[in-house]
Design a protein around this ligand. Structure first.
Ligand code: GLY
Length: 356
């Protein structure tokens, strides 16, 4: 069984139950709590609870979806922990996607000035991204992760079998972050991944994606420099995601939003950071063929720029992007003007795309 070391904690891969039991026993926790949403309580919880002592834990459940990543849900978790008399020697197990791991991590990192927590990510997106690197957070209005902490979990457990019950759209959402890992840091991984079985990336490809992210967060846990490379596609992607959450009946997933963001930011990379025209074309074609095209009307540009202006990655009020110099290499701290950002959205809008 594979295991890798992250900043201050192990990441265990597959057949995780043995490690989980050992971890709980070694931790000598007074009690533990399992945070789920309605999907993970149906599809994944039994995998965990069938192997642990039923007298030792309580269940906390939130509604699935980004709408739950708010201070109100966080207060709900704090209140449940208080009602269950959770002391400082308690453990919170976050069993779910990025909403559960971000929100649960935030609630645990602040409850009684911080209790231990672990992540058992159940979506591809949370396995390759949200659970790795110690970012916790909640949203306010349409600003994603605007409040949060860097607090490392005590362990992360990656179980590939959880991915088998995920809808195809959720797999594609995580795949966008995997493709990003290749684009920003590992051209060989990008080449291999884009021709692999994209419907369910293999255990090995998930493992390699986590290795890439882990190497980055180990080198820069609090995003002072290198870790900013992980933001490629996210300045515009997060704005599209927030906009879509507020305006669309069937909002974009995170992966769909950052796929569009990566096309726009690849265009910016071509204009400002030396990315070749061929690489821009390759990136554009790859993401369009997997994710299709989101209809971004020019009338939305002011609102999108408004969201980008509030992005937590900005410095001195300037919008700050991580851009590619070539596939596999990223340059941080590129200030982009309003006009450049709008032009990148216009490039995206101009792309020809015929749905299959
Ligand atoms: N999701 C980007 C990061 O963890 O830094």
């Amino acid at each position: 069984m594979k295991q890798i070391q992250s900043i201050s904690y192990p990441i265990y891969f597959d057949s995780i139950a043995t490690h989980l039991n050992q971890f709980i026993a070694d931790g000598k926790y007074s009690r533990f709590f399992i945070l789920t949403d309605e999907h993970t309580s149906k599809h994944c919880l039994e995998y965990i609870t069938s192997k642990v002592d039923p007298d030792k834990y309580d269940l906390l459940e939130i509604s699935a979806g980004e709408e739950s990543k708010t201070i109100d849900f966080c207060i709900g978790i704090w209140k449940m922990l208080i009602d269950f008399d959770a002391d400082r020697n308690s453990l919170l197990i976050n069993l779910g996607g990025g909403v559960v791991t971000d929100l649960g991590g935030f609630a645990a990192s602040t409850y009684k000035r911080g209790i231990d927590f672990i992540h058992i990510p159940t979506t591809l997106l949370s396995q390759v991204d949200a659970s790795i690197g110690g970012k916790t957070g909640i949203d306010i209005d349409n600003l994603k992760n605007i409040i949060g902490t860097f607090t490392q979990p005590k362990a992360v457990f990656i179980e590939h079998t959880f991915l088998q019950t995920l809808p195809a759209r959720q797999i594609k959402s995580g795949l966008a972050e995997m493709l990003k890992h290749g684009l920003i840091a590992d051209v060989a991984y990008w080449e291999k991944l884009k021709v692999s079985n994209l419907e369910l990336p293999s255990t090995e490809l998930v493992y390699e994606s986590i290795l890439i992210k882990n190497k980055v967060v180990m080198a820069d846990p609090t995003e002072r420099g290198l870790r900013k490379i992980l933001n490629f596609g996210h300045t515009i992607g997060h704005a599209l995601e927030s906009y879509s959450l507020d305006n669309d009946k069937n909002p974009l997933t995170h992966g769909e939003a950052i796929a569009a963001g990566m096309i726009c930011e690849a265009w910016l990379s071509h204009q400002k950071a030396g990315l070749s025209a061929e690489a821009l074309q390759e990136i554009t074609d790859t993401f369009l063929s997997i994710y299709g095209k989101y209809d971004v009307k020019e009338s939305c540009h002011p609102m999108l720029r408004g969201i980008m202006k509030k992005d937590k990655k900005n410095q001195g009020g300037k919008i700050n992007c991580s851009l590619l110099t070539k596939i596999g290499e990223t340059q941080i701290d590129n200030i982009c003007t309003d006009d450049e950002l709008c032009d990148s959205l216009k490039y995206y809008a101009s792309l020809a795309y015929e749905p299959a």
